[in-house]
Design a protein around this ligand. Sequence first.
Ligand code: NAP
Length: 246
Amino acid sequence: MDRPVVLVTGGSRGIGAAVARLASRAGYAVVIGYHSDDAAAEKVLAELDGPGTTIRADVGSEAAVEQMFTEVDRRFGRLEALVNNAGVLEGGSRVDQIDERRLRRVLDANVVGPFLCAREAVRRMSTAHGGHGGAIVNVSSAASRLGSAGEYVDYAATKGALDTLTIGLSLEVAGEGIRVNAVRPGFIRTGIHARGGDPERLTRLASAIPLGRPGEPEEVAEAVLWLLSDKASYVTGAFIDIAGGR
Ligand code: NAP
């Protein structure tokens, strides 16, 4: 197969699904990673313009991440790009109300997951490991800059960790053919807000966005695809804020 292969974690919904669809149109074979919703993942797969597959794996589990990458090796035999997009949040809590269960869930999905996936990707892409190079894009959040007081400082802090991973890893592998960048979306119209317990969040906060509206998943996907592409060949360790001016 001559198409480059991209693995999009959290590719079954929202921003990840938009990235998967756009990557397919751009000529990638697309691996849709997801956590539990088989039907949602299959629906995105059916919307692709070219080859792809779905792989169910909890990114917070080392064994599951290793299996997912082994499965990519088996089905495609190559990997050019990783989009660390899977993420969760739980809303409506000040730090003085946060419990350990919530902290561990958010940290596992949003920090442990991207680290494990980046590790497996580097082992395959790095010229130091016999690979041919590649690109990684981390889906961070404007929350890493803003802190999300009164809502989810824990989530914001996981995105701060992802920003630091982006900087540090980009420096580690710059000489090994791999570029590592991040996008930082603001309020984007996906189901994550309802799943975090606040379905009216975007409507309530829209007036605080300088551009006057929430963003669409496709507007984030455009930046992700640019960062993955050769058009961004001199860009690494960089952040693109996609937050309507916030
Ligand atoms: P979403 O619609 O809720 O989709 C989340 C995706 O992640 C789903 O495909 C889900 O799979 C997957 N996922 C969740 N936990 C996982 C785990 N432990 N292992 C593997 N996959 C997992 O979310 P979204 O709004 O598109 O957000 C995507 C990314 O953008 C996240 O990292 C989020 O923090 C970031 N972001 C979003 C916004 C926004 O306003 N929407 C703003 C800034 C940043 P299942 O469907 O199978 O559960």
